[in-house]
Design a protein around this ligand. Structure first.
Ligand code: B12
Ligand code: SF4
Ligand code: SF4
Length: 367
């Protein structure tokens, strides 16, 4: 068996759904995309700032000859998604944050494959899952794992777009695979369905408007609150509508199957969560990286967007929270939910408030 076939066979044994190979020439096409996006201020800021490092694999591994790109499906079957019976108010977490953190799951698989390459094939390796400077989607595109959809996601013919990506750089020479053509055709469903109009045109995301970004953003201006609906982490709208996901194979990776608190959490539970419970739950998912406060802030925003006045009391309670950011979010969320009816609650808070910033926000809304 040649090296390539040996790696493919081993990857299947490890439970890697998709695998492709590309060379280590700099990604000049992607460089142009990144330069344009930076000029337009469309980048999220979560990416490595060094574009040259992002597009040149040799800056990550000098003697690299091949990049092995992998995809693992998280297209969890709907009957594996537990939903509570009684909700005070239901929130939504994107699929990419259901179950165990994908960085950990893919890293385990990549580590096994790297060890195989090192021990059985005598190759050097370095692996990444969203953890290096390189651009995972560009590597996947070049390795023929899938094509770039108009929603910017990599879409695989069999598994659709609910796939996580990772890669191994190696000094072994392996024949590269061909890229695959886009199958989007005339469809523009993702662009039409984006609640934030973040897909400014086909294949072009303004990350600063994307709800996925907003749910992860530390300093979130209140004018974005309404766009976020009831999402407390990530957003799946442009993938949910995609016809390619309707017929895609389902994931059998049980690590990505969510717990009851995970996919559609009760937002009042999230507000009441202490550090211990956060550590045992959300902190183990990919949505935990921004911390407990971030999820609680988003839960308050979602409750403010609910149009359900019966839950105003839970937001009102958060006006008395120790954390200034949480008090600030609660003011806007309460006002968003109740309008002028929130004024007596805000005035009551004013009697105890000591922070000048918060006092001035309440004063502006109330008087
Ligand atoms: C920063 C980041 C974000 C930011 C910005 C996303 C963005 N589109 O730029 C935010 C927070 C918004 C985000 C959201 C999401 N993300 Co994200 N994110 C990243 C990260 C860390 C860097 C992405 C980046 O460099 N963006 C800059 C843009 C310009 O690059 P790009 O979208 O990757 O596109 C490149 C190529 O595809 C190519 N290209 C782009 N357009 C076109 C068009 C054509 C015609 C061609 C030929 C090439 C081409 O050029 C680009 C530059 O090389 C990567 C991991 C990594 N290290 O690469 C994960 C990653 C892209 N995210 C991922 C996921 C799952 C998501 C979400 C689905 C999560 C969610 N449910 O909320 C959403 C999807 C939003 C969307 N519609 O794109 C997966 C994507 C898997 C896939 N199947 O595509 C990745 C690869 C993580 C992983 N290792 O699995 N993410
Ligand atoms: S993830 Fe949501 S907000 Fe971002 S582009 Fe897709 S639909 Fe729009
Ligand atoms: S919804 Fe349509 S246009 Fe958008 S990525 Fe899917 S197939 Fe392509």
């Amino acid at each position: 068996m040649n090296i390539k076939d040996a790696i493919i066979t081993e990857s299947k044994r490890i439970g890697i759904d998709i695998i492709g190979f590309t060379d280590c020439k700099p990604f000049y096409e992607a460089e142009q995309v990144l330069i344009q996006r930076e000029k337009m201020n469309f980048l999220s800021g979560f990416e490595d700032k060094d574009i040259k490092k992002r597009i040149d694999p040799k800056k990550t591994m000098e003697d690299c000859k091949t990049i092995i790109s992998i995809g693992v499906s998280y297209n969890t079957p709907s009957d594996k998604v537990p939903i509570k019976k009684d909700y005070i108010h239901k929130g939504v977490v994107s699929r990419s944050s259901w179950g165990e953190d994908y960085h950990a799951v893919l890293s385990r698989k990549l580590k096994k494959l790297s060890l195989f390459i090192e021990q059985s094939l005598n190759g050097k390796t370095k692996f990444f899952v969203d953890t290096g400077s390189l651009i995972d989607r560009e590597i996947a595109r070049r390795a023929g794992i899938g094509y770039v959809g108009k929603n910017c996601s990599i879409i695989n013919k069999e598994y659709g777009s609910y796939i996580f990506l990772g890669e191994i750089l190696t000094d072994l020479h392996i024949s590269p695979d061909k890229t695959v053509d886009s199958l989007c055709g005339d469809c523009e469903l993702c662009i039409k369905s984006c609640p934030a109009n973040a897909l400014e045109k086909p294949y072009t995301l303004n990350a600063k408007k994307c709800i996925s970004y907003l749910t992860q953003c530390k300093d979130l201006p209140n004018e974005y609150y309404k766009k976020m609906g009831n999402s407390i982490y990530g957003c799946d709208a442009c993938q949910r509508v995609c016809p390619k996901n309707k017929t895609a194979l389902k994931s059998n990776h049980t690590e990505f199957y969510p717990m009851e608190w995970n996919a559609y959490p009760d937002l009042v539970d999230v507000l009441n969560m202490d550090n211990r419970r956060f550590k045992d739950t959300f902190n183990k998912t990919s949505g935990g990286w921004r911390g407990k406060k971030n999820l609680q802030r988003n839960s308050i925003i979602a409750m403010g967007n609910s149009k359900n006045k019966n839950i105003a009391k839970y937001i009102e309670a958060m006006l008395y929270d120790d954390r200034i950011d949480i008090r600030k979010t609660s003011i806007y969320a309460l006002y968003n939910l109740l309008g002028k009816e929130s004024i007596p609650m805000l005035k009551r808070r004013l009697e105890y408030e000591r922070d000048d910033g918060i006092i001035s926000i309440i004063n502006k809304l109330v008087y």
